[in-house]
Design a protein around this ligand. Structure first.
Ligand code: PXL
Length: 282
């Protein structure tokens, strides 16, 4: 009997603030894809701009969860990792990828750890080196410019960028191992912002009009919708277009509702448009 395509999403649960699993689960499910979750930690909020958050570490549950799934023959068509809390968690994800990735499945790694030239709270540059090791096992990676610079050892630069700088960065990222890369935060002028898509040496740009507001969790909204679209068998370029459009729609909607950038984006009301873009249930 056929089953619905299934993704294993490995991220933390930040109770409030709409990022990681509270984004990945609804977004990928809306794409018609079954989502298994491996929570790596439970926090009261994400760490971006809040203080006093709780942190319940779940590292010691990760391998036993994977072992249990193995014992009952659960398989995955994709593995999607995001925010990870420690070197040990990265090592566990590496071993899960080795154990569970099958011939026709993919591993999408979002090295969520830095933005705007700075590592997130709790991380240092050694963590970026370790994350680069995980990215080397991935089929697809989705770094922003800061993560890309920190993983390749390049100097982080603010844009506007030149094509030469962007494409040089893509080549350095590809040298880590992944055949497909979606580099976010690319801009050549002040009006447009988008992504560079690297697919086995072929480079394309997906640019959108730049929107005001730097909201938390947009990286997770983008990577989760990209994962969902790829699972719906869209090409990397098409999936990137769908994810970029969805993310911009979420930001536009948020500008009307949420004054606090830490509260995440109002992705909920945009899900019907995402479903339509994917051509689901027609
Ligand atoms: O969206 C990335 C993210 C996920 N999870 C936690 C975070 C962050 C970014 O700061 O703090 C806990």
């Amino acid at each position: 009997m056929e089953r619905i395509n299934r993704v294993l999403a490995i991220h933390d649960i930040s109770g409030f603030g709409k990022c990681s699993l509270t984004v990945a689960l609804p977004v990928i499910s809306a794409c018609g894809i079954e989502t298994t979750v491996m929570p790596t930690a439970v926090l009261s909020t994400h760490t971006g701009g809040f203080t006093g958050y709780t942190w319940r570490d779940l590292t010691s549950d990760m391998q036993p969860m994977a072992d249990h799934w193995k014992s009952i023959n659960i398989g995955f068509d994709a593995i999607y990792s995001g925010y990870l809390g420690s070197f040990e968690q990265i090592e566990i994800v590496k071993s899960i990828v080795k154990d569970f990735k099958e011939e026709n499945s993919f591993f999408l790694c979002d090295p969520a750890m830095a933005d705007h030239g700075k590592m997130y709270a709790l991380f240092d540059m050694n963590f970026a080196k370790k994350m680069a090791e995980l990215c080397s096992l991935a089929d697809i990676i989705v770094p922003n410019f800061t993560e890309a610079a920190f993983m390749t050892g390049e100097e982080y630069k603010e844009g506007p960028y030149t094509k030469e700088y962007v494409e040089d960065m893509l080549v350095k990222l590809a040298a880590l191992g992944p055949k497909k890369i979606v580099l976010t935060g690319v801009y050549f002028d002040s009006d447009n912002l988008g992504c560079a898509c690297y697919d086995n040496g072929n480079i394309e740009y997906i640019m959108m009009p730049r929107l005001e507001g730097v909201y938390h969790g947009t990286g997770d909204v983008f990577a989760s919708s990209l994962c969902g679209a790829l699972m719906c068998r869209k090409s990397l370029k098409k999936a990137t277009e769908i994810a970029a459009k969805f993310t911009c729609g979420c930001i536009e909607r948020t500008l009307k509702y949420t004054p606090d950038v830490r509260y995440g984006v109002a992705f909920e009301g945009e899900l019907p448009k995402l479903i339509k873009e994917l051509g689901l249930y027609e």
